[in-house]
Design a binder for this molecule. Sequence first.
Ligand code: SAH
Length: 395
Amino acid sequence: MAELVLKVGKERSVIDRHPWIYAQSVARINGRVGNGETVTVVDAKGKPLACAAVSLHSSIRARVWHFAPEKGVDDAFFGARIAAAVGWRRTFPTLAGQEGIRLVHGEADGLPGVIVDRYGEVLVMQLTFAGADRWREAIVAALRAEVPEAKALFERSDSEIRQREGLPPRRGVVWGALPAAVTIEEHGVRFLVDVEQGHKTGFYLDQRENRRLVQALAKGMRVLNAFCYTGGFTLHALRGGASEVWSIDSSSTALALLAENLALNEMTERRTVTVEGDVFRKLREWYQSGERFDLVILDPPKFAPSAAYAQKAKRAYYDVNLFGMRLVRPGGYLLTFSCSGGIGAGEFQEIVAAAAVANRRSGQIAARLTAGADHPIGLAAPEGEYLKGVLVRLD
Ligand code: SAH
């Protein structure tokens, strides 16, 4: 097997079990390797540390499969990792029996670049790393064996990350056939999931537990759901007995699915207002016209895809929270999120606090929120925590 030799002093993160090896930590690669091929990672003195796959086009030059370099990697390795990922989720309290669930969450499940989401009987796979792409067949076979009740596997390897990996986009049915409509039930609400064209693999599964919180909180409330996508928080607020829910998103396709979701749950005659538009502009408008809500939900897209965008992103988070907060009536709640990996939980909380100060409002953090257990965080790579939220009660 080819060897990836680390520069002097660059072995620390590998010894500490971090899965990423940056290009600037690599002294050289002994032997010829193709994109995604397996290498033994050795320190500057030649001591083997890990088994990894190289990514020739990415600044993350290699991602570690495991830290027992004598073992190598084969089909059975992928079988075992997928069995483990699927296995613990089948019995974990908040996950057992969920129809919409992430089965494999990349690095945190020991499978860099492998995402697998389950929507009822449909599995959706996304491979975003050259190493994972090389083992595609083994991964597909393992999924078939470990989730025998699935009726179809659909591939959504079409995220822009693949370009950086030098991989072409791939989208389509791998085996089985998609049903006419893919739906899931989540805490008593049924959702249509557009696995072929929707965001990510079709649905924001990471907000499942936070949507449940909204259902429990919303009774009698007038709710604004900003960046609503296909209506996740909207439908849960209605199920929880909200008196009225306003939803806004810039995507007409997402809003069309929201309308279908309302119909599917027989919620069409409930008090809902749906607006296609820009949240930043509409929040200002509604403030001027005197609209006020008991609960304002802000779940914007990733403003900072990486730390490099953090400054600009911070400004956007500040603005959206500044204007969103103004629509919360005294004694009401702001439920606000950031899914930017480049912004930490503490930093995000500071942004929300600064927006409150600028609005001359006091508040209390009633809950700190994150993704559900099916989106675990690797102990050795805590920066994998991307979703963070706070529920703030405002005076
Ligand atoms: N809360 C949702 C997920 C939100 S994803 C759920 O639980 O399912 C973020 C959404 O923000 C996307 O649907 C995207 O279309 C929308 N969006 C992005 N920028 C926007 C803007 N400036 N104004 C309105 N919507 C926007």
